[in-house]
Design a protein around this ligand. Structure first.
Ligand code: NI
Length: 138
């Protein structure tokens, strides 16, 4: 019986500019092989999108947001939302950025649909300027 190789070779085409940018970045990062860098990039892509497909599965990640703490009522609204979803939240880190802006990093663990619900609830509050959810599915 012939043993199947664990590595599959594929041919991919790239627009030259994209490949140039990619190579510049991975060289600065210190990648020795383009294949390893492409594998990592694809793994990240899959990981970022997998949770969108399977919202019932347990997921882990962080919600990262920047908000203006001088917006009236925002601090208590954000705290209230987080208390409401305390079963999802493992930890919250708060960093004061400048005079008005705050960065909050919320570590979450739970059903994908519930993480999305919390993420949407926070993102739509007045005063929240940036919100990103990073879910890691390995
Ligand atoms: Ni702050």
């Amino acid at each position: 019986m012939i043993k199947m190789s664990k590595i599959v070779r594929v041919g991919v085409t790239f627009p030259p500019d994209l490949l140039k940018d990619f190579d510049e970045i991975i060289n600065k990062m210190g990648y020795e092989s383009r294949s390893k860098a492409i594998q990592d990039a694809v793994r990240l892509y899959v990981s970022e999108r997998k949770w969108l497909q399977d919202e019932n599965a347990n997921q882990t990640g962080v919600i990262l947001m920047v908000y203006d703490h001088e917006k009236r009522g925002i601090d208590s609204e954000l705290t209230e939302s987080q208390h409401h979803h305390q079963e999802l939240i493992s930890s919250t880190m708060h960093i004061h950025l400048g005079v008005r802006d705050c960065l909050e990093v919320i570590a979450v663990k739970g059903k994908g649909s519930e993480i999305r619900h919390l993420s949407d609830e926070l993102a739509t509050k007045k005063g929240v300027k940036i919100l990103k959810s990073v879910i890691v599915t390995v």
